[in-house]
Design a protein around this ligand. Sequence first.
Ligand code: PLP
Length: 384
Amino acid sequence: MIVYVDNNATTCVAREVFEAMVPFLTDQYGNPSSPHPFGKSAATAIKTARANLAELLGAETDEIIFTSCGTEGDSTAILSAVETQKNRRKIVTTAVEHAAVLNLCRRLQKHGYEIVYLPVDSKGRLNLTDAENAIDDNTAIVSVMMANNEIGNIYPVAQLAEIAHAKGALFHTDAVQAVGKIPIDVKTAQFDFLSLSGHKLHAPKGVGALYVRRFIPFKSFLCGGHQERGHRAGTENVASIAGLGMAAQLAMENMEKEQTYVKKLRDRMEQGLLATCPDPQVNGDVEHRLPNTSSICFKYIEGEAILLRLYEAGHICASSGSACTSGSLEPSHVLRAMGLDYRSLHGSIRFSFSRYNTEADVDTILEKTPPIIKSLRELSPFGR
Ligand code: PLP
């Protein structure tokens, strides 16, 4: 039995989501742009999904564009903002964004854009004064994630949107990790763009959505057909969109209850590990973080080694703060931005829960993890 606590990487497809998708993968395979009734039933499924997603976000239905993933939503928002405001040559973002934003910004930097990466403190928190100082009337867009994928920090995006608007800049939030986990109301918060991804909320991989506020200037990312009212070319992934619509409905119906449940599991695990492992430390802002995420640093040992042992000992699937890039272990840019020292950087493990985790999962983690940490520290030249 797998103990899957890597839900910020991806989630399983909910049974209800799968069932909502099946008709569009089997009998109802029409093209939603076709004028005949067979195509119309696909178009109706998209309409329902759009309505669900709009309701989840507090948006209007014509403000939702279906995309292929969170990355596409991020790119579309940022590129649209720079294309539609050619006189503004600056982008303000943070040092802890996902690669979907950071690598696009790096590319734009090579094309002459000025990019400001707002720093974070040792708990991964942003300082609003830094944002106020960085955003000016040359800023095309401010892009700040709603919640961080590694440490779970929730950022003050509504306030940042206000600061951006005061300088005439657009505001985008990457809400890939937040949707379905915390309440969102795009109207109150005054976002211009919000991107999300299906596979983080129990819909399949390869589908996402972008909220685009009505009446803001918008330039489509892909050139082609006039799907999504000309906002996103390409024949719609009907089955996955229907699945995302169902995932949004489930999130609306159950979010509060489920997130209370998930937080209870997360907290029991965290407190248990803090009490039984040598020298542990929680990464991030414990007061303002996603209810499902716990990033714990086990000093002096390698995260990759912990992960391997966790899987061997209990089929526990978690994630390390390090990404293995072309054979070299590169520490997480998020933990680096927080100023973690070298020995802490490599030993961070992220546990991320979902509604499908159980108390028994927590029991397994609490039973298997402490001896692994103790034995790896025995082997470490620094940790004895
Ligand atoms: N943004 C954040 C915060 C993420 O965590 C992820 C995925 O891990 C993405 C963007 C990219 O989403 P996708 O995999 O759907 O492209």
